[in-house]
Design a protein around this ligand. Sequence first.
Ligand code: SAH
Length: 370
Amino acid sequence: MDAAPPNLRTNLLGLERPELEAFVGSLGSKPFRARQLMSWIYKRAEGQFDSMTDLARDFRAQLATVAEITTPEIVSRHDSADGTRKWLLRADQSQAFEMVFIPEVDRGTLCISSQVGCALDCSFCSTAQQGFNRNLSTAEIVGQVWLANRELGFEAGGDRRITNVVFMGMGEPLANFRAVVPAIRILLDDLGFDISRRRVTLSTSGLVPQMYKLAEEVNCALAVSLHAPDDALRNELVPINRLHPIAELLEACWHYIDEQNGRSVTFEYVMLDGVNDQLEHARALARLMRGRPAKLNLIPFNPFPGTAYRRSPMPVITRFRDELIQRGVLATIRRTRGDDIDAACGQLAGRVNDRTRVRLGDKLAAAMNA
Ligand code: SAH
């Protein structure tokens, strides 16, 4: 077979197991070769075909001409005083996006991006200010986890530093459904990253039709950015609510849990001073959540340049949480991590120069490939 030019080589990081088997088959090899390859790629984090010593030499040479294992390139890395690490990754000449690793005592969470920028225009999110540039490919999404593993000193058989993966970086994952679903399958595949389905979390601002589709296609944990207990306020904070109001969104959540045999949906709620942090908001939230498979995660607002919002004072957040707990709702406060390097929730800005400024409205459809 002739060598493919580098930009036409198939990036194996973007292929689910059946696709990899088909690819290997198209090269005239047996499907079990795909398993060997996956073992090298995901269990041993090997990126060079030449080092895959139990593959026939000819096959290795053939792979090197038509395939590759490539990840987005690192532009820069920032280390927080609290151990959080943020990488700026190149999407192309002018665009960049971010991923964040958050180490904790009992786990290591990698927060990955699904798009360069975002079109959803949530008023309190820094990524929204960037506008939308493009969807990331499956290989670019999977490539983040592969790269972070390598960067964090992954060793075959050693302790894994990445135990959890969350789609809470830049972008709305359900607006990039066709690339995100295969990426999740590769994260869960026991021959892939082999992460348990409770440790892979997709966070969405509430794309209801895609939530129903997701329930059919994969089995992972779900987080939903709620941020307000009533439609008037949520319309302002999370504009997609005008298309899919709270009642519709919650129906989709309970359906997801039923279908997936899941434990609960995590609802994210950003605490904005004087906006959504009053006790009446907590009470209204409790009415929506009580008796449901729901957890509430309160996120102290992380400021960014140009925002008019302020973080609720800590005593207000604690009081809000206690009110929820008293009313029978599981509520926790998310500890802010990495804010000294702008790596905290909602602070990921990347570098979206060529932004097309696609914003919610009729252009949303164009940004969604589901
Ligand atoms: N687009 C997806 C995932 C990205 S954000 C979503 O909306 O769920 C991950 C979480 O951080 C979301 O709940 C988001 O609403 C929240 N967030 C965004 N901006 C924030 C900010 N400035 N401070 C705190 N949390 C923020």
